[in-house]
Design a binder for this molecule. Structure first.
Ligand SMILES: Nc1nc2c(c(=O)[nH]1)N[C@H]1C(S)=C(S)[C@@H](COP(=O)(O)O)O[C@H]1N2
Ligand SMILES: [Mo]
Length: 431
């Protein structure tokens, strides 16, 4: 197996497909040496940072054994209960009932990586460059950010543009996110707007370009996994943060430590992790995953399965209105009286109402809905539901935003499986 074909494949998928070949690649002694264990030339490239040491009893390993160190728990250190969707790059979502907290704990914030996180994430010598169409290009340490700008803490929601992709039919390629590629942690950092104002915008600035220190799966020098940007007006909104802390502690390594952007309400891909450069441009940014069909949808409605010419795709900006039921857990049993709870959000807008149905949408009850704790945070809601008799029920939630936009019942299909804001249904056994 060539490196090329392994490029976009997780280790588990690789072992599952061809265990004997995978084992040979990883564990056979390098030809012409007596060296045993992990570091064959080919195995080294593939093993990357997974294990990082030799296996002295290599010779005893059954041929098809996948080392237990490759289990999900070891890839998801510091995370609690996330479902691993891919191990190379690491992608993991949070089951809805584990998103019940008003503010998402760091251990429950989902992970969406396009490449490999950098190894060196020490915050002391981290540098953020601000350049392009600015009067005063800057190179800032995290200490500079802390000392030269107002430090703010805000709860801000991040949702991946592909959240809900798993429910598209015909299916869309990519991570099969169900509900949990969303989170609302409390982020601490400085406003991007303040940093850009200090740098001084030159006339003609149209768009930002964000760069991070993660590396491409191919290992090719200088090849970026992702570099996206936002229109300058969005960048100057005062809830767009350059964050160096999360929920009062450090950023998690997989969530961009030591520095990231948080652009609430827009596809998560705008929120560059391991942030080391912001460039201002006189045109729409054209970095990897900014062009073609990435994070774009057809500019007109299409029927499921339609082919759409690439030039008819437009960049996704705000995320649509959506809600999540975090209690009760789907598939659980409950008594006749239950508190139904969850969150709702609508990019750049407020949610005006969340309605809940327990009778398959025949009637709806208005949930109690909190204001966002900060502009850009999701809104928490709750409702006491009582069920007339024992049996199978579904609890449905449907949010409506300040512009009257309401979650649809059926999926609005698009080729890449973005923006699925279909209402959330939870199965419940009332006993
Ligand atoms: N440098 C970098 N930034 C990135 C990504 C990435 O792969 N590399 N993924 C983006 C995508 S697609 C999403 S949805 C969010 C997810 O943030 P999280 O992993 O902290 O939940 O990070 C964004 N920022
Ligand atoms: Mo994403």
């Amino acid at each position: 197996m060539q490196n090329e074909s392994r490029e976009f494949k997780g280790l588990h998928a690789y072992f599952a497909e061809n265990p004997i070949e995978a084992h040979r690649q990883f564990f056979e002694p390098e030809p012409g040496t007596s060296r045993r264990g992990f570091f064959t030339t080919a195995g080294l490239a593939a093993a990357g940072g997974y294990l990082g040491m030799a296996i002295p009893f290599y010779a005893n390993m059954p041929l098809e054994l996948v080392p237990a160190a490759f289990a999900a728990e070891d890839l998801l250190v510091g995370k609690d209960g996330l479902t691993l969707l891919n191990d190379r790059p690491i992608n993991a979502e949070t089951p809805p009932h584990l998103l019940d907290d008003a503010i998402t704990p760091t251990a429950r914030h989902f992970i969406r990586n396009n490449g490999l996180p950098p190894d060196d994430i020490s915050s002391d010598d981290w540098i953020l460059a601000v350049d392009g169409l600015v009067e005063r290009p800057m190179k800032l340490t995290i200490e500079d950010l802390r000392s030269q700008f107002e430090v703010v803490s805000m709860a801000l929601a991040i949702e991946c543009g592909g959240n809900g992709r798993a429910f598209f039919d015909p299916p869309a390629r990519g991570n099969q996110w169900t509900f949990g590629a969303v989170g609302c942690s409390k982020w601490t950092g400085v406003r991007l707007a303040d940093v850009l104002k200090k740098a001084g915008l030159k006339p003609g600035v149209v768009y930002t370009a964000h760069y991070g220190a993660d590396t491409h799966l191919s290992g090719k020098e200088g090849k970026l996994p992702i570099s996206r940007g936002v229109p300058i007006a969005k960048a100057l909104t005062d809830n767009v943060l350059i964050a160096f802390a999360m929920n009062g502690g450090p950023l998690h390594k997989q969530n961009g430590a030591p520095l990231r952007l948080v652009v609430p309400g827009w596809p998560g891909s705008c929120s560059q992790k391991w942030l080391n450069r912001i460039q201002l441009r006189d045109r729409v940014h054209d970095g990897p995953k900014m062009t073609g069909t990435s994070y774009r949808v057809p500019r007109y409605p299409v029927a499921p399965g339609d082919e759409v010419p690439t030039e008819d795709f437009v960049i996704i900006e705000r995320m649509p209105v959506k809600s999540l039921i975090t209690a009760p857990a789907s598939g659980s049993s409950a008594s006749r009286a239950v508190e139904v709870r969850g969150h709702a959000w609508s990019g750049d807008r407020k949610v005006a109402a969340v309605d809940v149905s327990i009778d398959f949408g025949k009637s709806w009850m208005a949930a109690e809905l909190d204001d966002p704790v900060d502009p850009g945070a999701w809104q928490n809601w709750r409702l006491s539901a009582s069920f007339p008799e024992a049996g199978y029920y579904e609890v449905w939630a449907r949010a409506t935003d300040s512009a009257g936009e309401m979650q649809p019942f059926a999926i609005d299909w698009n080729p890449k499986g973005y923006l699925n804001n279909t209402l959330h249904r939870v199965a419940l056994r009332v006993g």
